[in-house]
Write a protein that binds this ligand. Structure first.
Ligand code: GDP
Length: 307
């Protein structure tokens, strides 16, 4: 991800190097190149416009500091603006004053929620916490099993609906139980067994779906999460922004988790989503393994993009 963007920006900066002074025309040309590079990387148009305007304005007003030559100054401005659109400061989990801290995962099917649940569990364990995974995705036939496998691998307990608690006999493939009840009961279980973090996996569909959105909202109301994390596949490009807006409206969320950053998409989603949603990217996932995951640092990501 970001390879093309990296190359394009590097080429743009290279043409500035060696110039003792940067003219208005140089700034315009650079801004045009940056705009082209970002659009090619599939960054949201509104985000590109803001970005380029900010870079241009700051480049014009830049004082020529002794330590940096003009090209370096432009690189620094672009870096700073990248950090800004990526959300600025690193933001991690806000723990509940009184445990358990409840984390709810929401997003489309295939976004990587269940995989993420395992990654988060491992991460929380590494932070000295005792997490409980909750299988509140009762939509997909295999989702509960999948979470159980994930939990086993992570070495954490999975709270799942009781087998045989059938809500309907004619849909035998579906796991039984009511996801809102399961989620609610998991909190009592956590209190009783002293799990201090509860990670609730919820159902998603391939597209935005009113019924499931309502179910997610009902789960949210039942467990009153400390953090709702919107999980989004960075490979889906511009659709990530539309999906984020739909979830912001239907469920609301506090932070974003980008998955599949190891893919070969152009990276535009990653670069647009914090600005468009106004919510921080809190974690990033870059592989199928439980440790292919980390806290998202806007400054590190900006440095990576600038090579
Ligand atoms: P859910 O439907 O949202 O629960 O999504 P899953 O957790 O089942 O993930 C869907 C697919 O994406 C699975 O095949 C995962 O192994 C894969 N996946 C999840 N996260 C990542 C990631 O960061 N990188 C890659 N390459 N694959 C991922």
């Amino acid at each position: 991800m970001f390879d093309t963007l990296q190359d394009r920006l590097a080429a743009t900066f290279k043409s500035l190097r060696g110039k003792g002074r940067i003219t208005e025309a140089d700034i315009d040309e650079t801004a045009r190149e940056i705009r082209r590079a970002l659009l090619e990387a599939d960054v949201n148009l509104a985000v590109v416009k803001d970005f380029v305007a900010a870079v241009k304005e700051r480049a014009r007003g830049a004082e020529l500091h002794g330590a940096l030559n003009p090209a370096q100054q432009i690189v620094k401005i672009v870096n700073d603006e990248l950090v800004t659109i990526l959300g600025g400061e690193t933001r991690t989990i806000r723990y509940a004053k009184r445990p358990p801290t409840v984390i709810m995962l929401a997003g489309l099917q295939g976004a990587g929620k269940t995989t993420l649940a395992g990654k988060l569990a491992v991460w929380f364990k590494g932070q000295g916490h005792s997490p409980l995974l909750v299988a509140a995705d009762l939509q997909r036939p295999n989702a509960v099993n999948q979470l159980q496998v994930v939990g086993q691998r992570a070495g954490v307990h999975v709270f799942a609906p009781e087998p045989g608690n059938a809500s309907s006999n004619d849909d035998l493939d579906r796991p039984r139980g009511n996801p809102v009840e399961v989620a609610k009961n998991s909190i009592t279980e956590a209190e009783r067994r002293l799990y201090d973090v509860v990670i609730v996996d919820t159902a998603g569909r391939l597209g935005i779906d009113a019924e499931l959105m309502q179910q997610a909202a009902d789960i949210r109301d039942a467990v009153r999460p400390d953090e709702v994390l919107f999980v989004v596949d960075a490979m889906i490009g511009q659709d990530a922004v539309n999906t984020a807006n739909a979830f912001a409206e239907g469920v609301g969320f506090d932070g974003v988790v980008l998955t599949k950053l190891d893919g070969d998409a152009r990276g535009g989603a990653a670069l647009s989503i914090a600005r468009v949603t106004g919510k921080p990217i809190m974690f990033a996932s870059n592989g199928e393994g439980q440790r292919d995951f980390d806290v998202f640092h806007p400054d590190r990501m900006a440095s990576r993009i600038l090579g």
